[in-house]
Design a protein around this ligand. Structure first.
Ligand SMILES: [Zn+2]
Length: 239
């Protein structure tokens, strides 16, 4: 029989009691992170909140390098919101916080990122991670993000990125073939380093950050972000 969630959470807390790892998302220390991934990687997932490397990197980045938590009023568009972030962003932003998704009914607003129903220069902040690789017309989505972003605003548009140039083929619609070609059944492409060129063509200036830009070696280890883990943050502005 399953025990009530509070006891399950307590048991997890006790089982992973320790200080070797620290999750910046739920601000909890633990003995270890859990294994995660189709090709399983050890030391990846927070046992308390489920945050992965990229989530821990993002929250560290937001705290260190942006004005998100300065308490000033903002309009923040969060596309395809990660559950662990929602309470954090809600608390920080309050009524200016908007969650949106095309398919997920639990968000505040249904939204097609290639046709955003808001006037130009509406949002101070846009965060959209691991979405564009699902969008057929990603250039249109980038243009829409730029259009609704305020001139002095910033957007984080993160995608999974490989080492080879972007591969895409609109003719490939079969999920099995998409899995084979693009790495996931619902991906329409696999991005390469030229991803940045698309953002620039859409009119963004792009700065890239990886975990080493934020943490030294011992801290990378403690946050579970050793070499290459967590990917990169793509910070886009209209400058
Ligand atoms: Zn956590």
């Amino acid at each position: 029989m399953n025990s009530p969630p509070i006891f399950a959470a307590l048991r997890t807390r006790l089982k992973y009691l320790g200080t070797k790892r620290y999750c910046a998302v739920c601000e909890t220390s633990s003995r270890a992170f859990l294994e995660f991934g189709v090709v399983a990687r050890a030391d990846a997932r927070c046992p308390h909140c489920g945050a992965l490397e990229r989530h821990r990197l993002l929250i560290l980045f937001l705290r260190e390098k942006t004005d998100l938590f300065d308490g000033k009023p903002k309009r923040f568009l969060h596309v395809a919101p990660e559950k662990a972030f929602i309470p954090i962003f809600s608390k920080a932003i309050g009524e200016g916080y908007l969650t949106a998704d095309l398919l997920d009914d639990s968000v505040m607003e249904k939204m097609d990122v290639t046709d955003i129903g808001y006037p130009d220069e509406t949002f101070d902040v846009i965060y959209c991670s691991h979405v564009l690789e699902h969008v057929a017309d990603d250039r249109k989505a980038m243009a829409e993000f730029r259009r609704v972003l305020k001139n002095d605003g910033w957007a984080i548009l993160n995608v999974p990125m490989g080492k080879n140039p972007t591969v895409e083929d609109p003719a490939v619609t079969d999920p099995v073939e998409r899995l084979r070609r693009f790495g996931q059944k619902d991906h329409v492409r696999v991005y390469g380093p030229d991803y940045v060129d698309r953002l620039v063509e859409a009119g963004f200036s792009v700065e890239r950050f990886n975990p080493r830009d934020l943490l030294d070696e011992p801290e990378l280890e403690r946050h579970g972000l050793p070499t290459g883990r967590g990917g990169e943050v793509f910070l886009c502005t209209k400058k």
